[in-house]
Ligand binder design. Sequence first.
Ligand SMILES: [Zn+2]
Length: 600
Amino acid sequence: MSHVLAAVAWPYANGPRHIGHVSGFGVPSDVFSRYMRMAGHDVLMVSGTDEHGTPIQVQADADGVTPRELADRYNRVIVEDLHGLGLSYDLFTRTTTRNHYAVVQELFEGLHRNGYIVARTTLGAISPSTGRTLPDRYIEGTCPICGYEGARGDQCDNCGNQLDPEQLINPRSRINGETPQFVETEHFFLDLPAFAEAIGGWLDQRENWRPNVLKFSRNLLDDLQPRAITRDLEWGVPIPLDGWRDRADKRIYVWFDAVIGYLSASIEWARRTGDPDAWRQWWSSDAQGKDALGYYFMGKDNIVFHSVIWPALLLGYSGAGDKAGEPGELGKLNLPTEVVSSEYLTMEGKKFSSSRRVVIYVRDFLERYDADALRYFIAAAGPESNDTDFTWAEFVRRNNDELVAGWGNLVNRSISMAAKNFGEIPAAGSFTPEDLAVLEVAKAGFDTVGELIAKHRQKAAIGEAMRVVAEANKYLSEQAPWKLKSEEEKARQGTVLHVALQVVSDANTLLTPFLPHSAQKVFELLGGEGVHAPMPRIEEVEDLDGGPGYPVLTGDYTVGARWESVPLVAGTSLSAPKPVFRKLDPSVIDEELARLGEGS
Ligand SMILES: [Zn+2]
């Protein structure tokens, strides 16, 4: 059994999240974590909201609130959304905690001490009217390479070249249109080239990664440049060096602080359990040796941060880049075992866009539909290894044809028949080859489905689980227990229903990582008591170091079903079931399509 870190991408707290966001990292990481726990591993699933950076500062200005107030608002919205989806975080926190600041500064100091952070003078843009720094992406102008007029200060979307803002012809602020001023400013850079060899060697040893992720990561190593890790900005983590610490206008760059969140959240989790060193079992080779595994879940636009930059920070802090060095007080830190990146979800053929209202927010979705219906769609038809389109017609079809008519129908007809004819789980007599065959299909599912989830092939995994469901439906149709009415057929009817219910129970366990809410219901319909699929809870906590309080997601996931077939006990009483899933009226398709584009 291993210590398994599930490190889940940090949603940015500048607005509510839509289903494209949660399909890429949220649901897949929860399916994986739930399965690994059921299989007996010690899982630590952490994340939080990413709350620094210019977009939050800019939006807070526009809304007339402080960045902290804006982050507070959307942190809470996102916590509630993820709770509604049943995502089983051990800790979902945020980047504005004092604990996070301290861990970020500790990494910064360690990297600086080991020589991997260097100061450089660069040209920075400021807004003449406010005196504030204008970040690269808020500057627009004509591309000096291809002549495209809408190029941004960091890159040209037309020719794809990376740019510096001072290269733009006729540069202007995207906030108010004025011409920026360029002035000299000093910043710290992470010496990424010093890690090229170590990261290359590490990538060469990676096995089982999705090939596109590995190829993309290797290509990044060909052209590694030092990367700025501080910004002219007031909103962020202060730079922990003498002469910098108290400057209000210089902060650590948001990408540098956010990626450290995996570590700071693990440390916060440990501090909250009362064993402040407990996090080391998931992070430190010294403490735990080879059984600590780290899986990172994200959308493909974030691969670079997880397969190159985060490993560079971990190597540099541990003293393991070209310049060597000594580990800091947190010790040597493990590199990721696997970077699990998903592709993009689109909506009715278009990119999700809040401004154009091509969007459905998680909250709105959960007000109208069940969480498991969305979880099912994401697992069965999500962007696991290809860009994938969400359409309302396909969502309704999968819900009605697969969840309701396939799985829901099997649950409903087997339990209601047993309840009506026996009032309890009937005893089994001797088994026919057909009985044994369907029982075997269900048992074999534990190996096949489990292995597929462990390899991040969730689409195939849920397909295998639903194949068990289909076999069970076929078995019921062929055995037709409703026809076994006479006194001498009663025992056979009981055996058939016992077998069917046993397969329902097994299929329910196989589906539990994907459909935890309905799995709990099916478990109870079969007479089960207590927790089958543990759920997260929202807890209001104090900041551990005296900052303002905030809501976290956490839970006790040590309870619940194991990844195994549990023999049903004959005589357990059953009552007539309520439907587990809701059939959707096809009219919702037109209603939802009418909502798209509204208000634009
Ligand atoms: Zn261009």
